[in-house]
Design a protein around this ligand. Structure first.
Ligand SMILES: CC(C)(COP(=O)(O)OP(=O)(O)OC[C@H]1O[C@@H](n2cnc3c(N)ncnc32)[C@H](O)[C@@H]1OP(=O)(O)O)[C@@H](O)C(=O)NCCC(=O)NCCS
Length: 238
């Protein structure tokens, strides 16, 4: 399956919820992101060490911006609609080995933890990806003690899968994978969100669910033509 990350980026840039809007990642996001990394709990479950200075985060954000522009991944910043304040950086990246799968990941500013922003953002991104692209399967992977991420992934309708080991900047980590297929999303996890399209806001109101969903991180997938898409350590996420 071929996947167009630029197309997904452009579609999601026009997506929003009642409290959250998505926009392209900007270098200025590095400062609130760096501030978030001052909280050890932010880094505990991530695949990179706590940055010692702002320059390290600026470099990481620049790499993400560049990869997004080149269509190697989709990276979007979630901001408060009312103020434009940075909430989180959400990414869809190619899965290292599964051609039909895009991996998701999120870095959320600690100011917004436990405010159901993760759920709102996750629902938006999952629904947006399935509604606005041809992706057939989304995957999230978290370290084994990351109860918040596990909870969030289940809440957005993902199913717990197996364990995998991956090499990151900080070493080899064991991760638990969660997935959701297009068919599963359509059957039990479609969520409402709005898209600003052709100058008009159109409401997407999928079928109601029996249970309340939650959300998760960013993505990956592989282009069908040419060499497999890869991301460097700095572009990976836990
Ligand atoms: C994990 C994280 C993304 C969740 O986002 P959030 O906006 O705080 O979550 P929400 O408020 O939308 O809550 C969603 C659900 O997850 C649960 N949850 C959130 N954080 C949790 C935690 N640390 N432990 C257990 N459950 C948690 C909430 O109770 C809620 O479930 P409920 O509807 O059954 O009550 C966010 O807290 C975060 O980034 N934490 C930093 C540490 C981390 O795990 N980073 C890597 C993310 S992959």
């Amino acid at each position: 399956m071929s996947f167009d990350f630029i197309e997904l980026s452009e579609a999601l840039e026009c997506s929003f919820t009642s409290r959250v809007a998505l926009r392209p990642v900007a270098l200025s996001d590095a400062w609130p992101l760096f501030a978030a990394t001052r909280n050890p709990a932010f880094n505990r479950h991530l695949s990179w060490a706590q940055p010692e200075n702002e320059e390290l985060v600026l470099k990481r954000v620049r790499l993400i911006m560049d990869a997004s522009r080149r269509g190697r991944l989709t990276a979007l910043s979630a901001v408060r609609r009312s103020t434009g304040e940075f909430i989180a950086l959400f990414r869809f990246i190619p899965h290292a080995t599964l051609n039909d799968t895009v991996e998701m990941g999120v870095w959320m500013h600690d100011k917004f933890w436990h405010g159901r922003y993760g759920l709102e953002l996750g629902q938006l991104c999952v629904s947006g990806a399935f509604s606005l692209s041809n992706v057939s399967r989304l995957l999230g992977a978290s370290t084994l003690d990351n109860r918040g991420s596990f909870h969030l992934m289940k809440a957005v309708g993902m199913t717990e899968g197996g364990l995998v080991e991956r090499d990151f900047e900080i070493g080899r980590l064991t991760l638990r994978e969660f997935t959701i297929t297009r068919a599963e999303w359509a059957a039990r996890h479609a969520t409402a969100f709005s898209v600003f399209d052709d100058g008009r806001v159109s409401q997407h109101l999928p079928p109601s669910r029996a249970t309340v969903p939650l959300e998760v991180p960013v993505v990956a997938m592989e282009l069908s033509a040419g060499a497999p898409v890869t991301v460097t350590d700095e572009l990976q996420h836990a």
